[in-house]
Design a protein around this ligand. Structure first.
Ligand SMILES: [Zn+2]
Length: 430
């Protein structure tokens, strides 16, 4: 997970999934407003919220709770497993052998770092395979979320490994160049380098990375495309195209996202949303995504990440020196610039992100709540919004406790989203 966090922080955009556009035979889903949430003189926000949440059957709710709560345990297992893998690299001669293997044929320190990092990323992925298989494939199928075959899942894993080896090795090598050039102030320059990579990754990701996993096409001409473009024009979003990708190749999950930076910024919705949700919900979701764009969330998040990286590197600088000054001889690590210390560095990164989980979740959740409000104002579809919030309960616990939501949720809970929509509906009832 260390590696994943590092790469995720860099690549920024969620990789989606894919199927061929719009299955024409299925009738378009229709929005059904439950009794108790219908507009009327005695409309009550709490009763309407409960009416929407009540559309979830007890079985479906138990399943979704179990899926999401299992994720809490998985985060802990993932963290501990990662520390175990780091120990395997450091407490056996493995890391030192990898360093020797990179040093023998290559003269330049930069190339040696690249080769060490590439070995590390490949071995890490192999050691992590049992966990990735369980979390990413077996469990997704057990909960009826995944649609992919083992072969196609494995193919996607291979592609992400390829991307990680190319960009991850380069990033690590530049970081080690910084360690060698500025052994005392590396944590400041390391932050600059990390942010430059994050910006670069965010820029190229929608154009060069995401299409490796899914097919992206323009939303076909028709009322949905027109509604989305009209929503964009009304909200100052300079979009002349909307993308659509075949997520159903991998999953049943409904989603949409804003990705890219500057000229590569784009809004994409997945085919599950298009095929499984009524038009009112699609408008509500796209309004939300436009909110991320208009409110400059990507830039604000980059700024927050810069602070997190700066403090994180400060912590790592301190911890790395403490550990190597005490056990460096036994571990065979001479200092921060020694590539054999990469597993220790990565383990410290994972400790930092693990401790910061509630902070990161709350940062993201706050932006998501802002985009929700923007989206509902822009689309004026409170029931479409409530309906899609209920659909998302397939993979997100609908009504968590207050602290549970603060600690573990990177989006507002379904219950809070529906309540917000019903409040909006009440305030806008004429
Ligand atoms: Zn969002």
């Amino acid at each position: 997970m260390t590696r994943k966090l590092l790469i995720a922080a860099l690549l920024f955009t969620a990789f989606g999934v894919a199927t061929p556009p719009v299955a024409a035979e299925d009738p378009a889903p229709v929005l059904t407003i439950p009794e108790g949430a219908q507009a009327g003189p005695d409309f009550d926000v709490l009763r309407a919220t409960e009416a929407w949440v009540g559309t979830l059957s007890p079985e479906a709710r138990a399943k979704s709770d179990a899926y999401f709560e299992g994720g809490y345990v998985l985060q802990l297992v993932d963290f501990v497993y990662g520390l175990g893998v780091a120990a395997l690299f450091l407490l056996t001669p493995l890391s030192r052998r990898m360093r020797a293997l990179a040093e023998r044929p290559f003269k330049g320190a930069f190339l040696r770092s690249v080769v060490y990092a590439a070995q590390y990323l490949v071995l890490w992925t192999l050691f992590y395979f049992p966990f990735d298989f369980y979390e990413g494939f077996q469990r997704e199928h057990a909960y009826g979320m995944a649609t992919n075959s083992f072969g196609s899942w494995l193919g996607d894993q291979g592609k992400s490994l390829g991307v990680e080896v190319i960009f991850g090795s380069l990033f690590v090598a530049v970081l080690y160049l910084v360690f060698r050039m500025a052994p005392r102030t590396w944590w400041i320059w390391g932050t600059v380098v990390s942010m430059a990579f994050a910006i670069f990754s965010a820029m190229i990701s929608p154009v060069y990375i995401a299409p490796l996993f899914n097919k992206y096409t323009s939303v076909p001409a028709g009322p949905i495309r027109e509604q989305i473009l009209s929503l964009a024009r009304a909200n100052g979003v300079p979009a002349d195209d909307v993308y659509y990708f075949d997520a159903s190749r991998q999953t049943k999950r409904i989603s949409a996202n804003v990705s890219g930076l500057g000229a590569t910024t784009r809004i994409s919705l997945n085919d599950n949303l298009m095929n499984r949700s009524p038009g009112e919900s699609i408008q509500a979701v796209l309004g939300h995504e436009m909110g991320h764009y208009v409110l400059n969330h990507i830039y604000k998040m980059l700024l927050a990440l810069t602070l997190i990286a700066l403090c994180g590197f400060g912590f790592i600088n301190w911890a790395f020196h403490r550990i190597t000054s005490r056990w460096g001889g036994r571990l065979g690590i001479s200092g921060i610039a020694d590539t054999a210390g990469l597993p220790l560095l990565a383990a410290l990164v994972s400790v930092w992100f693990f401790v910061l989980t509630p902070v990161n979740n709350s940062l993201v959740r706050t932006q998501e709540a802002e985009a929700d409000i923007f989206g509902i104002n822009a689309s004026e579809q409170p029931d479409g919004f409530a309906s899609v919030a209920m659909q998302l309960s397939e993979y997100r616990k609908i009504h968590p406790g207050k602290w549970e939501e603060i600690l573990f949720f990177d989006h507002p809970s379904g219950w809070n989203r529906v309540r917000m929509a019903m409040q909006w509906k009440k305030e806008h009832a004429n």
